[in-house]
Ligand binder design. Structure first.
Ligand code: ADP
Ligand code: ZN
Length: 448
């Protein structure tokens, strides 16, 4: 393949795993490790955190009630509301003097919450990110361009640390200044790009706009996450940058990116089960669901020190599967989350996920530059989708704009069951994302 020629693998031993022994443990062994760590972690949190102890008391759960992994079902859930109530350090389990770092959520769904880390917690997190980089084909010979935002956001810090742990050459670009991203990519021979998928799509667009093709860069892989993205978006990015695009998932509350990561199979993300215990629950009743059915993901950290959360409700909807993976990893896999339960829009009584709109658009050959605007006029919800045309579509469309609009509207009706008003816009009308894309403007919230 063209890419292999550019990326000279001669003399490089490709490692398949960052921590093989852990990443390929037999399932029975994983379960034993999890149980042992869980019992210890529960005792530690219960013994060191008054806020958590109070929650347990309220549920009537004490130290003696938790004797095996299955007893986790007795524990209360933690939610973002708890984190806001306990803000900033009510859930801390170590003295501040033992902490070395604070990071914060992006505040996508409201007030930011903060998480604390000891050096042990940072190491654990960075190792998870190193596992993700290796799973994407990374070695110490790679040049890893980190174009996630640096700062309080965990994206930059996590992948940066993971790249260091692996010994790759790390390029701490942060997000933004897209032309410079491409120039450095060329000058310094970046082979792996880490950023949000929406920013990767923008970098791909810019590359072509600057008159280059994927043959002008050495990039072979990308590790993209921090926001939901569809399979269609993956194809779009893989084509425009000439790479293999891997998904990575995580959240600040649990540590950051790298809680789960994709392998070469690209059929879901392996959850780092030696550190995080995953459950899926019915979001309405809180009942634990069997593997294989879609539910809200709940995480319990197993060996953290400063900010260990037990049964934290992520609000992310996904499916867990333990089917054998060809990569050799044995960790349970989570499907691409289709978004958070709170990303779901209810428009005229119908559930709509932004990812469904992205799927339709890209399947119909449109750009991933779109915005959804919902409002309420009187008692009626209005639903508009702004769709940007590519330069080529814009040039060719001429008198056919009405037909194009009609066809696209029909495709949305088929996918969603309701009719949006579609607006086909000139190139560059929709603002580009350098971090987490803002796809939805729900003006109804302003009226509440
Ligand atoms: P915030 O909750 O304020 O956005 P974070 O920056 O910690 O704070 O983001 C974590 C959230 O980002 C996750 O709960 C999830 O909703 C989303 N997310 C992260 N990675 C992915 C991914 N690969 N696919 C879909 N959603 C993701
Ligand atoms: Zn795998």
């Amino acid at each position: 393949m063209e890419k292999d020629k550019k990326y000279n693998l001669e003399g490089v031993t490709l490692k398949k795993f960052f921590q093989e022994e852990l990443e390929t443990m037999e399932t029975a062994k994983i379960k034993a490790v999890q149980e042992e760590k869980f019992l210890k972690q529960f005792k530690f949190v219960y013994g060191n955190n008054a806020y958590y102890r109070k929650l347990c008391d309220k549920k009537g759960v004490g130290l003696d009630d938790v004797k095996c992994m299955a007893d986790i079902a007795k524990l209360p859930f933690l939610t973002k509301a708890d984190l806001r109530e306990a803000y900033p350090d009510g859930l801390l389990c170590k003295p501040l003097a033992d902490c070395v770092r604070i990071q914060s959520t992006s505040g996508t769904t409201g007030k930011r919450v903060v998480a604390y880390y000891t050096q042990h917690d940072v190491d654990l997190w960075e190792e998870c990110c190193a596992r993700a980089i290796v799973a994407a084909g990374g070695t110490k010979e790679d040049v890893v361009q980190v174009a996630y935002g640096y700062g309080l956001f965990t994206g930059g810090a996590g992948l940066h640390g993971g790249s260091h742990k692996l010994g790759s050459l790390t390029l701490p670009m942060s997000s933004g200044n897209t032309e410079r991203q491409i120039q450095f990519m060329q000058d310094l021979g970046s082979t792996i790009l880490c950023c949000t998928p929406s920013y990767a799509a923008y970098i791909g667009e810019k590359l072509h706009e600057m008159g280059f093709t994927p043959d002008d860069i050495k990039l072979k892989a990308g590790i993209f996450g921090a926001e939901p993205w569809t399979e269609e978006m993956r194809q779009n990015i893989q084509n425009s940058l000439g790479i293999k695009a891997y998904d990575i998932y995580g959240l600040t509350e649990i540590s950051g990116p790298g809680v789960a990561f994709e392998c070469e199979e690209q059929t879901g993300m392996h959850i780092n089960e030696d550190h995080f215990y995953a459950e899926t629950i019915d979001p309405e009743t809180g009942e634990v669901l069997p593997e294989g059915s879609e539910g809200e993901l709940v995480f319990t950290s197993l060996d953290k020190e400063a900010f260990p959360l037990l049964r934290y409700r992520t609000r992310d909807l996904t499916v867990l599967t333990r089917e054998k993976c060809s990569c050799g990893r044995t960790f349970v896999k989570m499907k691409k989350p289709k978004g958070r339960s709170d990303d779901m829009l209810i428009i005229r009584g119908v559930n709509v996920f932004p990812s469904q709109i992205e799927t339709v658009l890209l399947k119909q050959g449109y750009t991933p530059n779109y915005q959804i605007i919902v409002d309420r006029i009187g008692n009626e919800d209005t639903f508009d989708i702004n769709v940007e045309l590519s330069e080529e579509q814009f040039r060719k469309i001429g008198d056919d704009v009405d037909i194009a609009n009609k066809n696209l509207t029909a495709a949305f009706v088929q996918m969603l069951g309701i009719r949006p008003r579609v607006h086909l816009l000139a190139p560059k009308s929709v603002v580009r994302s350098e971090g987490k894309a803002v796809r939805v403007i729900d003006k109804r919230k302003l009226h509440d």
